[in-house]
Write a protein that binds this ligand. Structure first.
Ligand SMILES: Nc1nc2c(c(=O)[nH]1)N[C@H]1C(S)=C(S)[C@@H](COP(=O)(O)OP(=O)(O)OC[C@H]3O[C@@H](n4cnc5c(=O)[nH]c(N)nc54)[C@H](O)[C@@H]3O)O[C@H]1N2
Ligand SMILES: Nc1nc2c(c(=O)[nH]1)N[C@H]1C(S)=C(S)[C@@H](COP(=O)(O)OP(=O)(O)OC[C@H]3O[C@@H](n4cnc5c(=O)[nH]c(N)nc54)[C@H](O)[C@@H]3O)O[C@H]1N2
Ligand code: SF4
Ligand SMILES: [Mo]
Length: 690
């Protein structure tokens, strides 16, 4: 404690940002009397380069904010009413352990479902102490498919997730195709490298239904219709094969399946691809011709193109381009995707294998809770996830969470839309209050994050809580870590020696290949035969129309508009959604608005067979006609009737990887004063913990 009258001392501590963002910034945190007063980017990390996004600059508003969960609490009123009574940790954990034991003994442990995603979590807070508990208990397993499942299946199938081109090597490229990704928002530290590339004369192409910041700076912006990337990529392949521009020597030496890919690309002339994708055939031809003759040429494949019925095949066709066109083997050439797998780290600290219990695709959770095919789920343990806000088919998800016979635990940092439905809420620490490992997936970086402040309220780290539950359920074995600190040391001890030593000494590890691998020079496919598999048969069997088979647009005359929900600069997924923000509006093209008599700021009803959302209109030319956009990660409080775009997203699955089809929502929109039917508001009530 500072003496009365003494000036509070200011100190600086470094840590790392583990949020679901490719950049994994090193943070410089300013503290005064043990409280965070400022969060900024460190200059020690050349990717962070002294600046960070506004979201994390304001992260202390979450840490100390009104919505922060400070104590364990149990439900008082009806489900979803947000009325809780504070209890001790002991009472809360006893209650949960007892409920788990009872559920296992009566309904079987598979009727317990851990519901998590963990995108903003490193080795400490996801798949460690939690996995020890749930694997030993034998609960149902969760397929974490809301993100990166289709792109992941494609990248794994074709290349075994080979390390890809990193930010630092973009300036070496002479052509960069940015496909379905919006780095101006979703990975801002790429932007200076893109600028450097442009300054060196790189030709930049962006494929995105919206004129994003990168698209507006690009030499060519192709405002592709959502879900129609596959024909575009296949038309380029067709051109390469037909015109003798494919790199036959590379294909012979380093690939399998080229003939099958060629056959599937065969029908896709530029004219047909242009018609389906809403683009200009001449521009597509121009893109293909330039790509064929330019080197180094880089394709950056994002996640916007995966969130639909064709997402897996689209990603595979995009990732196949550098192999067919022979773009590997030079710095700045090849492809760029998630680099999370580049470290080749196996979670050896987790000795327990996954049990062969039933696997549940998280995109189907709403349906599973409301109309189970076989055994129902009777207990949910939600952590590292905000399912009510982020899962497709929100109405069904909410109906499931409303079930009186479902016992729901929500372990989170703030009172989320999901926590409102909890029977027990548990307060979690944030990354400023616990250890975690932050792995970048843009640049190849790995850092150890440390607590910079004491835990706020009675919040506790995941490892402490899951280890304690294991003990209460008598599932602990010798050698389990006792707490967060021991768990962190166990991870360090299991990492490859050099990485562990680096992290102990510097909090940051030296990356493999100096962090700048050149594809087909330093790194090769991690497939079984170390070749690029352009036509993996398991993917061909999985996709409903076969690999590279195109499924037509789900639009109907009744629901003609494609609703997409891209990442915004306000939240990371739904994290930080509790903080104040400008009113959330629906982006709509002025032509589509005029056809419906809609003007700027009008209150709209947007609906389809799954539900409806009440929201105001924002007219913008930065969106292709026939498409509307509402940000990803908004909370129920952000619309007038308490639903987000996910109320309109189908729970159908993408062709590969069982991924989410958020952007397959097809909707109609009208002014609310026209033909509006009265609908009761479902905005969540204010919460109380007494
Ligand atoms: N600020 C911020 N940063 C984030 C996140 C966040 O929520 N906020 N989320 C993080 C996470 S979890 C992820 S997965 C990544 C996602 O990062 P991105 O890969 O950028 O994903 P999205 O924002 O979903 O979509 C990217 C772009 O694809 C466009 N798009 C939509 N549908 C299609 C389509 O069918 N084809 C094509 N070609 N483009 C399409 C959208 O208009 C959007 O501009 O970002 C991470 N970074
Ligand atoms: N409509 C639409 N929906 C989407 C998408 C879209 O494009 N459109 N994108 C999808 C994508 S890309 C993703 S990745 C998912 C993400 O969906 P989620 O994984 O659910 O991500 P968040 O909504 O940020 O929720 C993470 C929660 O975990 C909590 N948390 C963070 N760290 C800890 C911890 O250490 N312990 C505990 N106990 N809790 C913690 C945070 O406070 C937060 O509430 O959303 C998907 N949903
Ligand atoms: S969210 Fe991304 S840009 Fe923001 S601080 Fe974290 S790593 Fe950096
Ligand atoms: Mo994601």
């Amino acid at each position: 404690m500072a003496k009365p009258g003494a000036a509070p001392t200011e100190s600086h501590v470094q840590t790392a940002c583990p949020l679901d963002c490719p950049d994994a910034c090193t943070l410089d945190v300013t503290l005064r009397s043990g409280r965070i007063t400022k969060i900024d980017g460190s200059k020690d990390n050349h990717i962070t380069s002294g600046y960070i996004c506004a979201k994390v600059r304001g992260f202390h508003e979450r840490i100390y904010g009104d919505d922060r969960l400070l104590y364990p609490a149990v439900r008082r009123g009806a489900k979803g009413k947000g009325q809780f009574r504070r209890v001790s940790w002991d009472d809360a954990l006893d209650l949960i352990a007892e409920k788990m034991r009872h559920t296992r003994d009566t309904d079987g442990a598979e009727s317990i479902l851990p519901l998590c995603y963990g995108g903003s979590n490193g080795f400490m807070t996801q798949d460690y102490a939690d996995a020890i508990l749930f694997r030993r208990l034998g609960t149902s397993r969760l397929l974490r498919t809301v993100c990166a499942a289709p792109t992941g299946a494609a990248n794994m199938g074709l290349y075994g997730k080979m390390a890809s081109v990193v930010y630092e090597d973009y300036p070496a490229a002479k052509m960069i195709i940015i496909w379905g990704v919006n780095p101006g928002v979703s990975g801002i530290h790429l932007m200076p490298f893109l600028k450097e590339a442009r300054d060196h004369g790189a030709y930049v192409v962006v494929l995105d239904p919206r004129a994003t910041t990168v698209a507006r700076q690009a030499d060519l912006h192709l405002a592709v219709r959502p879900g129609a990337d596959l024909p575009v990529a296949l038309a380029i392949h067709r051109h390469l094969f037909e015109e003798g521009l494919a790199d036959q020597a590379f294909l012979d030496q380093h690939t399998t399946g080229a003939a099958d890919l060629r056959k599937r690309a065969e029908p896709w002339t530029f004219a047909r691809a242009a018609e389906v994708s809403g683009l200009d055939a001449g521009q597509l031809r121009g893109l293909a011709e330039r790509y064929a003759k330019t080197s180094p040429a880089l394709v950056k494949c994002g996640w916007g193109l995966e969130r639909n019925r064709n997402g897996g095949s689209a990603a595979a066709a995009v990732l196949a381009l550098p192999a067919v066109a022979g773009k590997f083997g030079v710095r700045g050439g090849g492809y760029s995707m998630s680099n999370a797998a580049s470290w080749d780290i196996d979670r050896t600290w987790l000795a327990d294998a996954e049990p062969p219990t039933r696997a549940i695709n998280m995109n189907k959770v709403g349906r599973l809770l409301t109309e189970p095919e076989s055994a129902p789920v009777n207990m949910l343990f939600v952590y590292n996830c905000n399912p009510v806000a982020i899962l497709p088919d929100q109405h069904r998800v909410i109906r499931g969470f409303e079930r009186e016979d479902l016992f729901t635990v929500v372990f989170d940092q703030v009172m989320t839309d999901s926590a409102m439905y909890a029977d027990v809420v548990l307060p979690a620490t944030t990354f400023m209050e616990h250890y975690d490992f932050a792995r970048g997936y843009g640049a190849i970086t790995l850092q150890l994050g440390k607590p910079v402040i004491d835990a706020v309220g009675e919040s506790r780290p995941n490892s402490d809580v899951f280890l304690e539950l294991s003990r209460r359920l008598e599932l602990s074995v010798e050698g389990d870590p006792a707490d967060d600190l021991e768990a962190m040391l166990a991870v360090l001890g299991h990492l490859p020696e050099q990485i562990g030593n680096d992290l102990r000494e510097n909090w940051t590890a030296r990356p493999p290949y100096d962090g700048r691998p050149v594809q087909f020079v330093d790194v090769f496919p991690k497939t079984a035969d170390h070749k690029v598999n352009l036509f993996p048969s398991h993917l061909d069997q999985e996709a409903p129309l076969g690999l590279y088979g195109f499924q037509v647009d789900p639009a109907t005359t009744e629901f003609p508009l494609a609703l997409i929900s891209p990442a915004s600069d306000r939240t990371i997924s739904s994290t930080l959604g509790e903080l104040a923000r400008p009113e959330v509006r629906l982006d709509i093209n002025p032509g589509d608005a005029a056809a419906r008599g809609i003007e700027e700021g009008d209150s709209l009803r947007m609906w389809n067979a799954l539900g409806e959302v009440h929201i105001k209109a924002h007219l913008t030319h930065l969106l292709r006609p026939g498409t509307v956009a509402m940000p990803k990660g908004v909370w129920r409080r952000h619309s007038a009737n308490g639903y987000t775009s996910n109320a309109l997203s189908p729970d159908t699955l993408s062709d590969l990887g069982g991924g989410a089809c958020f952007n397959d929502a097809r909707v109609q929109v009208e002014r609310r004063d026209v033909g509006a039917r009265p609908t009761g508001s479902r905005r969540p009530p204010p919460t109380t913990i007494e």
